[in-house]
Design a protein around this ligand. Structure first.
Ligand code: 8YV
Length: 291
């Protein structure tokens, strides 16, 4: 397999790269002086692309690689890959589900607690010596609160299970009600779900994709006090974060798209990325196929 050319467009994770390099000829687009020239020179040998949730596979890259057989994505999210087009062109696609569910759900609860209990602010309060001088502003209780979840898939369900452990009342919105989750209240629209959540003192947590939330509207709602706070792991234009969100350091806790960012999980994801490529080139079933 050492002769099979696998393209990476950016550095994703050193362990992943090392594991790929043990088995394939890894081409690193970011090291090329002239990216388009590099693709022209190698487009007849590149049979696989390794991408991630942030980059996916651009239409330009897909068009530039006529021999592409498989995209193995280091992510569960596939929103930046045109799956229909891949199917049409016979390009296989795989992702990394399940291994990251716990971590992403953990971070959702972590961000919720960080906002409500003002964890970053309390850290700053102690470190700056303010503890000796002032009175720390009280936080908001999480246990027993109403939690509304948009999308009750694997990750949404894992968040619900964790929130249940905090005695929270769970509601959700998804395309259709889930019969197996009859102990949670279903709302047929996100607006209904929001209307039955905590209102102006409520907190919005986003661990999905930046584009799921209207970012300028989120900023206005926070600034105008129509929303109590936000815990955000994802943004519309990563790694750029609106200055106003950065300034709102009392109400808003920010993370660098790190939901799956633990040693254990990222290793599990990398092993799946490599495992899918090996299975494909050995003519076996993909481990976690999408297309
Ligand atoms: C990754 C993700 O953080 O799984 C996803 O959909 O967005 C993340 O797990 C990302 O792909 C890391 O490069």
């Amino acid at each position: 397999m050492e002769s099979i050319a696998v393209l990476m467009t950016k550095p994703i994770y050193s362990y992943l790269q090392a594991e790929l390099e043990k088995r394939f000829k890894v081409l690193k687009l970011w090291e090329a002086q002239d990216g388009s020239r590099f693709l022209e020179d190698h487009n007849q040998i590149i049979r696989a692309v390794v991408s991630d949730g942030g980059t996916g596979l651009s239409p330009e890259l897909m068009a530039a690689l006529p021999k592409l057989e498989i995209v193995s994505s280091f992510s569960v999210g596939m929103d930046k890959i045109d799956l229909g087009k891949c199917k049409e062109k016979g390009i296989r696609v795989s992702n990394t589900p399940d291994v990251l569910t716990d971590d992403v759900a953990d971070l959702a609860i972590g961000l919720t607690l960080a906002v409500l209990r003002k964890l970053p602010a309390s850290d700053r309060y102690v470190r700056s010596g303010m503890w000796k001088k002032g009175e720390f502003k009280l936080g908001t209780k999480f246990s027993g609160k109403s939690v509304g979840i948009v999308g009750l898939g694997r990750i949404g369900q894992a968040i619900a299970t964790r929130a249940e452990g905090f005695g929270c009342k769970i509601s959700y919105h998804s395309r259709t009600p889930k019969p197996e989750s009859s102990n949670y209240t279903y709302y047929p629209s996100v607006v209904d779900l929001a209307a039955h959540s905590d209102g102006p003192r409520g907190v919005l947590v986003n661990i999905a994709r930046g584009a799921t939330v209207d970012e300028p509207e989120l900023v206005s709602a926070l600034v105008e006090g129509r929303l109590g706070g936000a815990g955000l792991d994802v943004f519309e234009n990563e790694p750029n974060v609106p200055e106003q969100l950065i300034e709102l350091d009392e109400k808003v806790v920010l993370a660098p798209h790190a939901g799956s960012g633990t040693e254990e999980t990222r290793k599990g994801m990398a092993d799946l990325v490599v495992g899918n490529l090996v299975a494909h080139f050995e003519g076996k079933e993909l481990l976690t196929p999408v297309v």
